[in-house]
Design a protein. Structure first.
Length: 339
């Protein structure tokens, strides 16, 4: 393949005017767990130099340390605030334990109530060293809190200048529509983006469940796990390699899926297409995810600069991924299309 970097592509986030790089950089697993301060700064600088303008984070990632490292790196890099977009997500809370005494932290974990949300965003702002966060997500739905309470809290976060846009992550289509309709009825800031898992082995929600939402409410997508936690790189075809994500204790829940024989057989078939297109298996899978016109940004996870540059090589593959190639890839992974 051509070694001259392909220019970044930018897309509007759903019906909003905000433009995101088609490939963005996430921090889950890598920041703090695999990369320290110097590594995070180097990774952000390399991504930014390749045109990445969206950097995804969450309060719960490394129990707040991921936000702290990202904030430190951004401050040291001295970027103009108009040139980058930062997100955070709320639901799980920090500490995952008690408040330090005998009383359990009932309003600080697994919730989207107003008390938690308004305090959580203030903590993120301190850790990220920012005056505002571009995009805040409700990290999971909360069946115990009325959606109306959550919508009002997110609206107020934006009205107070703490954030610019809000969205959801792994909400059902019905929950997203309910939130949107509450906001519409009360003239509040509406959810404009969803962050779902989306890859060749996990397609039903994005392609079927949300289908009506794209036109009806202008939903944008910033998708996570485009490589199915590394399965679609091909490196798990012969077991769990040393130093891989699947070897980490924090990712033990992923291990059975990563070593599933039938899925790895499908990856073997996909490798033939990668050879035809003169690209890596990871680049092929990432280009497939980005080729969906509903996807605003594909969130990448990388623990080394080599991984980052390889993944961004998917930009060169994207124009060659025609409807015929996509159809072949989707047929090879069809048994998991409803996942």
């Amino acid at each position: 393949m051509d070694h001259v970097p392909t220019p970044m592509v930018y897309r509007r986030m759903g019906r909003s005017g905000l433009q995101l790089s088609a490939f963005s950089l996430g921090s889950w697993v890598t920041f703090h767990n695999q990369l320290g301060a110097a590594g995070v700064r180097e990774m952000l600088a390399a991504a930014f130099d390749r045109g990445v303008n969206f950097f995804d984070n969450a309060e719960a990632y490394a129990d707040g340390q991921s936000e702290t490292l990202m904030g430190q790196a951004i401050a040291e890099l001295g970027w103009d605030r108009l040139d980058f977009v930062v997100s955070s997500k709320y639901y799980w809370g920090l500490g995952r334990g008690s408040s330090g005494g005998a009383q359990p932290r009932v309003n600080g974990r697994d919730t989207l109530n107003r008390k938690y949300l308004l305090q959580a965003v203030e903590g993120s702002l301190r850790r990220l060293r920012l005056d505002y966060i571009d995009l805040v997500y409700c990290h999971r739905p909360d069946p115990e809190t009325p959606i109306e309470e959550t919508v009002w809290a997110m609206h107020d976060i934006i009205e107070r200048g703490r954030a610019l846009y809000w969205g959801t992550s792994e909400w059902s289509a019905d929950e997203i529509r309910a939130a949107w309709e509450i906001a519409e009825r009360h003239h509040l800031h509406k959810p404009v983006v969803e962050q779902p898992q989306y890859n060749l082995f996990h397609r039903r929600r994005v392609e079927r469940e949300y289908a009506r939402l794209y036109a009806d409410v202008g939903l944008g997508l910033t998708i996570w796990s485009p490589l199915a936690s590394g399965l679609l790189t091909g490196k798990y075809r012969h077991g769990v390699p040393l130093g891989s994500r699947g070897e980490q204790a924090a990712a033990s829940f992923l291990r059975d899926g990563l070593t599933d024989a039938r899925r790895n057989q499908a990856v073997e078939m996909l490798l033939h297409i990668a050879v035809e297109l003169d690209c890596s298996m990871a680049q092929l899978a990432l280009a497939w995810a980005a080729s969906n016109p509903r996807v605003s940004s594909v969130i990448l996870g990388a623990s080394t600069l080599a991984q980052l540059h390889e993944n961004l090589g998917a930009l060169a593959v994207l124009p060659r991924l025609d409807a015929g190639v996509r159809a072949r890839m989707e047929e090879m992974t069809a048994p998991w299309a409803d996942a």
